[in-house]
Design a protein around this ligand. Structure first.
Ligand code: DAH
Length: 343
């Protein structure tokens, strides 16, 4: 067999080579295209070829190499195509799509947003402040004397090695912060998280949320406060809601009151929620004590104001009939997914 016949034999072998899988493909590559491929031996014959046939031999060898390369490429393409086809056999195009899980707001956020929205409509703006507070803003400025029980280590989380820094125990600290850096008229609501060193139970937690309100201007009266709270109660709990103010005491307001709303569950008929009284307690409020204004650099001879503060968890629990505050902080999806609002 002369070299040209050998070339032809290789060409046929290449074309008829059976490539069924990636293993065959690799064998083919090693045999015809690898660094020690068998075509190289044939190339070595060059020196024995008569001069007038050298050119033709070279061209035929190059053509043969090309045939091998093309066979390799098309076989490789064919195999990946078949692999994909094989894989797609397992896809069920009639299967229904998987529903995409939509998150929803936490009941505390829903309640907080409702409260904010109601007050924003009558010109209050949101003021947010730090949760790590100075003793002065949390207590002293708010007219809470040194020996007041609320300052007790039992209730307040002080920062390690500090008698000054604490986790705010109420959002009333935002009142002082705002008065210190804003000139009246002031009309703010301050939502946020507060902390108290309480034993965790179904009814109380060491962290919860409040919304504070503060209005300071010339000639602000208790009647203004009452009107604002009435508006809030009706927007929050329904047009037929009644309010009741009971005298109370807070160091930072004088006079002070607590507000109840008529029970929206039983329409004041008497139920578990209102403990058969027909009323549920919602917030504390009062006229800002002149001492507080003075502490914060506002002249009590010129200005007066009212303030109120309410717990958010309590209202969320009333509204959604939740009987354990700990549910609010457990992040249990079975609890959270029951609240559908995304507002
Ligand atoms: N800071 C009070 C508390 O945490 C709530 C409160 C009562 C806030 C009366 C006020 C207010 O602004 O006027 O219990």
């Amino acid at each position: 067999m002369d070299v040209f016949e050998k070339i032809e034999a290789f060409r046929q072998e290449i074309e008829n080579y059976s490539i069924q899988d990636n293993g065959n493909l690799e064998e083919f590559r090693i045999k015809f295209l690898g660094s020690k491929n068998i075509l190289k031996g044939l190339f070595a014959e060059m020196k024995n070829i008569p001069n007038d046939q050298k050119k033709q031999f070279g061209q035929s060898m190059n053509a043969l190499k090309k045939v091998a390369e093309e066979r390799f490429e098309s076989a490789q393409q064919q195999l990946t195509k078949e692999e994909r086809k094989e894989a797609s056999k397992n896809i069920d195009l009639t299967a229904p799509g998987e529903p995409r899980f939509m998150g929803s707001r936490h009941p505390i956020a829903i309640t907080q947003n409702r409260i904010i929205q109601i007050f924003e409509r009558i010109g209050f703006t949101v003021a947010e402040e730090r949760e790590i507070e100075d003793d002065w803003y949390n207590f002293t400025a708010m007219n809470t004397p040194e020996n007041h029980p609320a300052r007790d280590m039992q209730d307040t989380f002080y920062l390690k090695n500090s008698a000054e820094m604490l986790l705010r125990t109420h959002t009333s600290s935002v009142q002082a912060r705002t008065m210190m850096n804003t000139k009246p008229p002031i009309r703010i609501i301050a939502p946020g998280r507060v902390y108290r060193n309480e034993t965790i139970s179904a009814r109380s937690h060491c962290q919860f949320h409040q919304v504070e309100g503060l209005y300071i201007d010339k000639n602000v009266s208790f009647a203004d406060l009452k009107q604002t709270l009435m508006y809030f109660a009706k927007e929050m709990y329904g047009e037929s809601t009644k309010i009741r103010l009971r005298p109370s005491f807070f160091p930072f307001t004088e006079p002070s009151a607590e507000m109840d709303v008529s029970c929206f569950f039983c329409k004041s008929e008497g139920c578990n929620i209102c403990k058969y009284t027909g009323w549920v307690e919602i917030l504390g409020c009062g006229m800002v004590d002149p001492k507080v204004l003075e502490n914060c650099g506002i002249d009590p001879e010129v200005y007066s104001g009212y303030a109120f503060g309410m717990g958010i968890e309590r209202q969320a629990m009333l509204r959604y009939n939740i009987n354990d505050i700990r549910l609010m902080f457990n992040n249990d999806i079975r609890f959270l997914e029951q609240f559908k609002s995304t507002y």
